[in-house]
Structure formats: C-alpha cells, structure tokens
Design a protein around this ligand. Sequence first.
Ligand code: NAP
Length: 328
Amino acid sequence: MQRVFSTKVLRSDLEERLAELGVYTRWREEGPMPREFLLEEMAKADALITGGLRIDETLLSQAKALRVVSTTSVGYDHFDIAAMRRHGVVGTHTPGVLDDTVADLAMALVLATARRIVELDGWVRQGRWTKGFDESLFGVDVHHRTMGILGMGRIGEAVARRAHYGFGMNVLYHSRSRHPHAEASVHAVYASFDELLRQSDFVVLLTPLTPATIGLMNRDAFAKMKPSAIFINVSRGKTVVEEDLFQALQSGQIRAAGLDVFVTEPTPTDNPLLSLPNVVASPHIGSATQATRDDMDRLAVDNLIAVLEGRFEDARIVPELQDLVKEL
Ligand code: NAP
C-alpha cells in the first residue's frame, strides 16, 4: 500500500487513480493549507504530487518514506536537486505536452507588445478614439523581422516554428549546445549570447531557471539590445533583474517588454514595471489552457505511478536525477 499526498486539487479521475494505490490525501478544508498539515502528511507520504512546492532539505528531512516528487510543471527550479539526491528522492516533470501552448503565449506577447494591443485597448475604452490615429500610436512589424531565442529547447523550437512559418521571421538562437534539428527545420542560426542581443528585434527568453541563468538579463544584457528591440520573458522571473529591465524600458534603451513571469509571484501591483505603458504583463499563464493543464496533470500522475511501480523508463525523471534510479 502506498500513501500519496497532493498539494493541489486534481481532476477526480486522476485522484481516483492515485487513491487506488492505497491512501490518497490532500487539504480539503477552506483556506490555504497550513504548514503543519503539510509536514504531518509529508512524514507519512511515499509520493508527493505538487505544482510548485519548494522541495528542500527542511521538507525532505521530515519525509522519511518519500520516494518520488512529481511536479505538474516542466520547470523544476523548485527542486533542490542536491537535497533530493541526498535523500534518494526521484523528481519527475512534464516535458513536451505544453510546448505549443506556451509557444502560443510567447507569440501573443510578441504581437501584443509590437502592436501595442493592451495600451491601445485602454485608449479605446477611455474614449480617446475621437478622430484619426496619429503616428505616435503606431506599432512595429513582427513579420520578416529577426527573432532571437535564448534557450532553444522544446518550447524554444515551437516558438521558432511559429516565427519562421507563420511570420517569415529570421530566427537566431543561443543555447548551451547547437540544435541541428532547429537549424534544419526552421533555418535557425546559432549566435553567441551577445550577437543574438545585438541583432534581434525580438528577444524571447526560454531557458530554465538555474544558477547559470539567474539574472541572465541584466543591465549589461539590455545595453546590448537595439533601442527598437522588444524583450519577452516566458521562462522564470528570476532570469531577469527587474530593476535593470525597468531602467532599460524607461530610458528608451529598449522599446517594450512582454512578461509572463516575475521575480515575486503574484507580483505586487506596485511593481514599477506595471507602471509602464510599454510593458504587457500576464500572470504566469504560459501553459494555462484547460486541455494542456489536464495533459500536464495526467502526465504527472503517470510519472508518479511509474516510479512507485519501478518502471523508471516510463517516467519523465528530471535529467539531473536520472542516474539516481540505478541506485534504487
Ligand atoms: P528545455 O527543452 O530543457 O529547453 C531549455 C533550453 O535552455 C535548452 O535549449 C538549454 O540548452 C537552454 N539553456 C539551459 N541553460 C542555459 C544557459 N545557461 N544558457 C543558454 N541556454 C541555456 O525546456 P523547455 O521545456 O523548453 O522549457 C523551458 C523553460 O520554460 C522551463 O524550464 C520553464 O522555466 C519555462 N516555462 C515557463 C512556462 C510559463 O508558464 N511561463 C511554462 C512552461 C515552461 P541546451 O539545449 O544546450 O541544453
């Protein structure tokens, strides 16, 4: 008999599958789950399913029976990999099933910032559309411009396809390694980080949050971009130094930004970035369609069951912990 604990509500058919393993628990009362309840459940759980709970030494030291943490996201920067390794806890995630949905959101931010959709929506609603429309309200073209993708992974390639086939854009990319498939399929051209920033009309950030990418987009990076360029962040908020982005936007060093993610989430309404008309903000909704969230939850449940049943090859184990299963 296995005990599965969830920090989030799942669809009833998924909860039934987890209940069939033995005991399935989650917080069912009104209001937020108290920390004491979490720690009590963690002390008994064999498996945890979660959306973004920080899995660190404090939590793992309470969780003596825990064998697997299954996150319902592709990003797993909430996993303390070293601590999970020490405790022999496998981590799984949900790559692949959300790529097109997140790529659609990236393109929505590209279009919204370039054509000033949100700003001009406000202009219409405020009754300011009284006569003609002067050039101070014009936007910039997206089609046939250059898009630079930082992080040509699964989602990066889905964005590149849209840019190339949908908008006739030139695609530059920068990653830790070359991606021959993207180079062949969408004629994406590899560039150094600096070269990509210098040449791109749209810089789309799609790296994971890691020690190497924290604050990747900072004052120096924004200074390398064209004054006409637009920055889009769909990765994680901490890949950007928000104060530096604010300065770059306010001073006209770059033209606009589309942001789905923020350093603090939910971001406070007094975040200076939200005071700028050339910022389009969305509340971390990259994968937030019903169909895709259902697919992610289903994959997370499949992953969890596969690990508990010892079918490690069927589970999407995060790359840094894949060797752990050999020791289990
Ligand atoms: P992925 O397939 O692992 O792609 C990540 C890419 O980033 C890879 O190409 C990788 O390079 C590159 N990269 C990693 N570290 C780098 C560095 N230091 N410098 C340059 N490039 C680096 O991941 P994915 O599935 O596309 O997801 C990417 C990220 O998007 C997730 O980790 C998550 O944070 C974010 N995300 C956000 C939302 C949202 O709602 N806004 C939704 C889903 C995902 P190599 O190929 O060379 O290894």
